[in-house]
Design a protein around this ligand. Structure first.
Ligand code: FAD
Length: 534
């Protein structure tokens, strides 16, 4: 097959336009074209009045080889790469010990699935509950302010991304096309086919829930085992080799191959690993607020007269500003047509995040606006970043009224430095509720200064971004892991053999897709290591 990239067509083009673009690009006649499929469809909306769709197409002709020779060296016409996933190993007929994966978020899910597909019958341990029970607990917290510290937005089947926008794109390099494997597993589990080709795929919360259940069933069918309410509280390490683990109820499981996919909120687990001398370092992350505008404002600013177009959907944005004080402020985890959610996993703390449904048709757009933080801002200890997050989350709890409502402020008042007294045209979506206040107390001064510079700068890119009535809700602290549990080229911990730190919590991913890809990587590394040791 031949891959054509950068085929640009107007937003309102008809079906025949794709065929004629192929014929023109390859200089062939209609009878030479056998078939084609869309590999990727994105858009360029920089000129609102003439938005173009940009396609990557895989084309089958009756003379592929000759055409590839004719266009040899052409940057946009190449042979379609083989993207089929190849398993790196097969489990031995008799497994001395089963591999274990800790955590059943996107990283643990894909690690478990791929290990199961290769015949390794993994045991997967998840501290939270299965997804339906977890949904009840999470929605219960949002409605009634009753927090279950083991079953919430961060913990439970599906991991942190289950109640999310379900954005499935990542900017990481992926030469082995693992992302394709992840997407095709998601489609097999019920995700819409379009995630295979749209440039910014997303699936929304409700579909994620059913997909996770189907993937769990598949792992079990293949001989894997998934245990919920199974928190790992200790590791056994002998002469630098992990030999097993202990669950919260005291049960011990022996294994010399343990995948560690615990996410960025497993603070007690980080502490346990630190106490066990597993090597880790503090790493940069970001803190800030969620900002909410009416979605119609963002649609209009990004798409002009094309706002509401079905192909474009609800508009998103991605913004960065480098501040005079040396800090960078950027938008993060933008959720078009979504809601701001309470994302704490610890008592008496407030954390914000965002989610949406597949339709993205709620009234508001939300995104985190965050400031980069460096370990030099909280020096001293590999876990000092966790303490820094905790302090800010506790402060936000107090500012919100000490009842899990979040502190909030209108953007106009934040920029002027006055406390907000009443809401304007933007109705905040945060559940359980917000308390209007002065958010300048919620973050260190250098963060506030950076945000006050960045928001007006963002307004120059998205007209209305600094709208007087837009709402800021605090506080966003769980943007990525505050630690990096270092691993070597064999993906094993630098000082603990057999332990495979992975995903967002270990500092090797940021988002559903990159965490899932990292899960495949450790599954492969664990499989190869098992085969070498048997
Ligand atoms: P997690 O998903 O955090 O999974 C870790 C799992 O390990 C958890 O289920 C936890 O319960 C379990 N665990 C922790 N400690 C232990 C232990 N000691 N024993 C047993 N189990 C343990 N990313 C996107 O790409 N797109 C989005 O739209 C998006 N939206 C988001 C919305 C929200 C509300 C949140 C909270 C996050 C969102 N993210 C999004 C981020 C994304 O969810 C994470 O990047 C991703 O889930 C990380 O995957 P992971 O498997 O590494 O860790």
């Amino acid at each position: 097959m031949i891959r054509l990239t950068n085929i640009k067509l107007p937003l309102d083009h008809d079906d025949a336009a794709l065929t004629s673009a192929i014929l023109t690009t390859l200089e062939i006649s209609a009878d030479q074209l056998q078939s084609f499929e869309v590999h990727r469809r994105g858009y360029d909306a920089r000129k609102k009045s003439s938005i173009v769709l940009i396609y990557t197409l895989d084309v089958q002709t009756c003379q592929d080889a000759a055409l590839l020779e004719k266009f040899a060296g052409h940057q946009l016409i190449k042979a379609t790469p083989d993207m089929t996933y190849q398993y790196v190993a097969q489990a031995p007929a008799v497994l001395a010990e089963r591999p274990v994966v800790i955590g059943f978020g996107p990283c643990g899910l894909l690690a478990g699935l791929v290990l199961a597909q290769m015949g390794y019958r993994p045991i997967i341990l998840e501290r939270g509950k299965e997804v339906r029970e977890r949904t009840k607990d999470t929605f219960g917290f949002w409605r009634k302010k009753v927090l279950n510290t083991e079953s919430n937005v961060q913990f439970g089947e599906g991991g942190a991304g289950t109640f999310s926008d379900g954005k499935l794109y990542s900017q990481i390099k992926d030469p082995k096309h693992y992302g394709r494997k992840v997407l095709s597993e998601f489609v097999s589990a019920g995700a819409p086919d379009e995630i295979m080709y749209v440039s910014k795929p997303h699936i929304g919360t409700f579909r994620l829930v059913t997909m996770v259940e189907k993937m769990r069933a598949r792992i079990i069918e293949l001989g894997g085992e998934i245990r919920f309410s199974a928190r790992v509280d200790d590791l056994q390490i002998e002469d630098g080799q992990v030999t097993g683990l202990t669950l919260a109820d005291g049960e011990q499981i022996r294994s010399k191959h343990i995948g560690l996919a615990v996410g960025h909120s497993a603070r007690d687990t980080f502490q346990m690993l630190y106490d066990k001398n597993v090597y880790m370092e503090a790493k940069p992350f970001s803190v800030g607020f969620r900002i909410e505008h009416q979605q119609s404002l963002i649609d209009e600013a990004r798409f002009g007269d094309n706002a509401g177009n079905e192909i474009l959907g609800a508009a998103d944005y991605k913004l960065v500003h480098h501040c005079k004080n040396g800090r960078s402020v950027y938008s993060f985890c933008m959720c078009p047509g979504g809601t701001v959610v309470a994302a704490t996993s610890e008592e008496n703390r407030v954390v914000t995040n965002g989610m949406s449904q597949y339709s993205r048709n709620e009234r508001n757009a939300n995104s985190a606006v965050v400031v980069g933080i460096d370990p030099s801002d909280y020096p001293g200890h590999p876990l000092a970043g966790v303490e820094f997050q905790r302090q800010l989350e506790s402060l936000a709890y107090e500012l919100g009224g000490a009842n899990y409502d979040a502190p909030a402020q209108k953007v106009g008042d934040f920029l002027k430095g006055v406390s907000s007294e009443q809401l304007g045209s933007v109705e905040p979506s945060f559940k359980p509720g917000i308390k209007l206040t002065d958010l300048s107390q919620a973050l260190p001064e250098f963060c506030i200064e950076a945000l006050r510079e960045a928001i007006p700068a963002f307004n120059r890119k998205i007209r209305g971004f600094a709208l007087e009535d837009a709402i800021l809700t605090g506080i966003e602290t769980r943007t990525s892991s505050p630690v990096n549990i270092k691993r070597g080229d064999d993906l094993q911990s630098l000082n603990t053999r057999g332990l495979f730190p992975a995903g967002e919590g270990a500092g090797y991913a940021g988002g559903i897709m990159s965490a899932a890809i990292d899960g495949i990587r450790i599954a492969e590394a664990m499989a190869l290591s098992i085969n070498n040791s048997q």
